[in-house]
Design a protein around this ligand. Structure first.
Ligand code: ADP
Length: 704
């Protein structure tokens, strides 16, 4: 109980010291250092956020600046001047970059009535030949009419052909000559003069290809078609299809400015012929698919024209009508959409193009190019300079620009286009914020784990310290007790020796019997004294590491019998019954005789001390496989299970001591264990409180 309160007290003191001196200050220090992380992070975050605004604004400015620059250049009248010069040179116009691939947009030019001047296409009501007043009664007209009469009414094709030929010679106008040639070709075909017809159509195509016939179809196309027909009749199909393929290519490229229906008609016609016939000819097939791979430039122009007519022109008209009153805006922008596809047009009114006339010029932005190439290029450069992430997002906050993928990371801001009303936003984000957050998390985790490890180590250290201190204090307590006991143990035999010595000295009238008793007591007590002193000396030798065992070959049974015999007197004197069962056939083995005797003496002495009632001791020595087993059993007070592990500790004495006589040094069993282990053996105890104990020593025969 005393021990218990003592250790509790020690522990509590250690815990308080530990908490006050180490644990709490460390925790406070750790908390203070950890708490600065979020604050620091917050401060950096704010700084980066304000940086986002500034950089975002300047990025927006730079994008809008580039677009506005482009717009400014695109809407200059110098550029459009060449399209409205009188006497329109068709060929010159053709080279205009109306819709060149990779351009930021498409130009267009409207006249004061919003008729499309650029891009140039054929209009639907264009018809070729106009019979002017002066022509009506000319020789050409007369001959032409009679040729038509022979051709259509009389079906006299050779006569008609002669007359058409004459017509062609009679006129100096290309237009009329072409009409006559058309008739001539037709009649030659009907009269199956293919070679001549071929020549005529070839001339028609080469000389007057750009001119239109009465139905508004260019002679170039008509003549080529006829050449194909003649060729397919005369020669093999492959070369005739070649004519068609080159015609197909020319139409798509816009060699003739034809109207949408004419374009659609010829393209469909040629495609149907090629589809049905070209399959057999790999080369034709290949060049055909080569052409189809690319978009039809003229087709694109027609689509663009359509779009202008349907969406852009009405939009511009509406916008301008709003400005009619008051000062008219010279420039404007028209955002709009066709089937969810956003478009953007910049337009301007040109007053200085032709004196007294106004024109509307415009630029239809290629938004895909803008968002996938122009803007990303600007943003990339900015990104490199500023270290920020830029993205173009739509109204649903989805990234629509090519390049960097994924959603915005970390903190970001979205800025709308203000000057140039694009339906997108510029998303500016700082990749470092995310990285910062990540590293802060990692830092906190790292320091958290470190802190936990430090706390755990502290607790472990404290526990070890507490155990050590409590052990030390326990040893100290045992030592004090040992000193008390040993003094008592020394005092008792000394007192007796002195008492009986004095008796012998003073009393002369002692009987022989009495004298013998006195000598016996003196001898016994001095033996006890020397046993005690031997134990203490042995112990101190062992403690100091100086104990050496004198191992010699011999018979263990001899030492046991001898020791038992010499101790028999003490036991019997105390009223003990001794049972012994010593095997005689044990082989020779190595041991220290004196030490082994001391083992038996200590065990017998304990058996004697702790058997107050039933005084019975059994000593057994036998061989068990490779071991020699020494058993010393008594029927004494026994040892509680709790104490069994402790009795071999130095100075330890069990609580349940029965009498002062049973006091000892607490060294006996420590010595026994030490000696047994020095012989490579073990000692165990089987005991039950109130029933007795049995100490079993096991020494290997070939142990050492
Ligand atoms: P001591 O000098 O006190 O006998 P020991 O080291 O020999 O010291 O024994 C330690 C303790 O073990 C004893 O105080 C006693 O309580 C207990 N003990 C030893 N032998 C026996 C036994 N045969 N029966 C009961 N208790 C015993």
């Amino acid at each position: 109980m005393k021990l218990f309160t003592h250790s509790i007290f020690t522990h509590r003191r250690i815990i308080i010291i530990f908490l006050l001196a180490i644990f709490i200050p460390s925790l406070i220090a750790a908390y203070l250092s950890l708490s600065t992380f979020p604050k620091r992070r917050e401060a950096i975050k704010k700084l980066l956020e304000s940086n986002l605004w500034i950089s975002g604004e300047s990025a927006l400015k730079s994008i809008e600046g580039t677009i506005l620059d482009h717009e400014q250049k695109a809407l200059k009248s110098e550029y459009f001047v060449r399209f409205i010069q009188s006497g329109k040179s068709v060929q010159a116009n053709r080279s205009s970059p109306v819709s060149s691939e990779g351009s930021v947009g498409q130009f267009f030019l409207l006249d004061a009535d919003f008729k499309i001047i650029l891009p140039e296409t054929g209009s639907e009501n264009t018809s070729g030949i106009q019979w002017g007043e002066e022509i009506q009664n000319s020789r050409f007209a007369k001959s032409f009419k009679s040729a038509e009469f022979f051709e259509f009414s009389q079906k006299n094709y050779s006569q008609a052909a002669d007359l058409y030929k004459k017509c062609a010679l009679d006129t100096s106008s290309d237009q009329f000559r072409a009409v006559a040639y058309e008739g001539l070709g037709r009649c030659l075909l009907l009269s199956e003069k293919y070679n001549e017809a071929y020549k005529v159509y070839n001339e028609l195509s080469e000389k007057w290809g750009q001119l239109l016939n009465k139905a508004g179809h260019p002679y170039g196309i008509i003549a080529k078609f006829q050449l194909y027909e003649i060729d397919s009749k005369r020669r093999d199909t492959e070369s005739s299809l070649g004519i068609l393929v080159s015609l197909y290519k020319q139409i798509r490229e816009g060699t003739w400015l034809i109207s949408q229906p004419v374009y659609d008609f010829y393209i469909a016609e040629i495609e149907s012929i090629l589809n049905s016939k070209a399959g057999k000819f790999a080369e034709i097939q290949e060049s055909c698919s080569e052409i189809q791979k690319r978009q039809s430039p003229y087709g694109q122009i027609l689509i663009f024209k359509n779009l202008l007519e349907r969406n852009v022109i009405p939009g511009i008209k509406e916008k301008l009508s709003l400005y009619r009153e008051g000062n008219e805006a010279m420039q404007g922008r028209l955002p709009g959409s066709i089937e969810n596809d956003f478009f953007m047009v910049s337009y301007a009114i040109l007053q200085d193009l032709q004196p007294g006339k106004i024109f509307y010029c415009g630029f239809y932005w290629n938004l895909n190019l803008l968002k996938n190439q122009v803007i990303p290029k600007i943003l990339n450069d900015l990104s490199k300079d500023s270290g920020l992430d830029f993205k173009i997002i739509n109204e649903e906050d989805q990234n629509i620009s090519k390049g960097k993928e994924g959603s915005a990371s970390g903190k970001s801001i979205a800025l709308a286009f203000r000057i140039f009303p694009l339906p997108w936003k510029l998303l500016v984000s700082h990749p470092e914020i995310k990285a910062l957050e990540k590293s802060a998390h990692r830092e906190i985790l790292f320091y958290g784990i470190l802190l936990a490890i430090i706390v755990a180590l502290m607790l472990l250290g404290a526990a070890l310290l507490a155990r050590d201190i409590s052990r030390e204090s326990e040893t100290n307590r045992l030592k004090t007790e040992f000193v008390n006991n040993i003094s008592h143990e020394l005092k008792t035999p000394l007192t007796l020796i002195r008492l009986y010595g004095e008796t012998l000295q003073r009393k002369d009238n002692l009987t022989n019997e009495e004298k013998k008793d006195c000598y016996e007591i003196i001898t016994k007590e001095s033996e006890r004294l020397s046993h005690l002193i031997n134990n203490v000396l042995d112990f101190s030798r062992i403690e100091m590491g100086r104990k050496e065992f004198d191992l010699r070959k011999g018979y263990l049974q001899d030492v046991i019998i001898e020791t038992l015999e010499s101790y028999r007197y003490h036991l019997e004197k105390k009223g003990f019954v001794i049972h012994k069962d010593i095997a005689q056939d044990l082989p020779e083995m190595n041991f220290d005789g004196e030490a082994i005797a001391s083992v038996l003496v200590n065990l017998l002495s304990n058996a004697m001390k702790f058997s107050p009632k039933e005084k019975e001791v059994t000593v057994k020595l036998f061989r068990d496989n490779g071991n020699v087993v020494l058993q010393v059993a008594d029927k004494g007070i026994g040892i509680s299970q709790k104490e069994i592990p402790k009795i071999f500790q130095r100075f330890y004495q069990a609580e349940n001591k029965i009498a002062s006589e049973a006091r000892g040094s607490g060294l006996g069993l420590t010595l026994v264990k030490n000696i047994v282990e020095a012989h490579g053996g073990t000692i165990v105890v089987e005991s039950e409180v109130g029933k007795g104990s049995r100490f079993v020593v096991r020494i290997p025969l070939l142990g050492i």
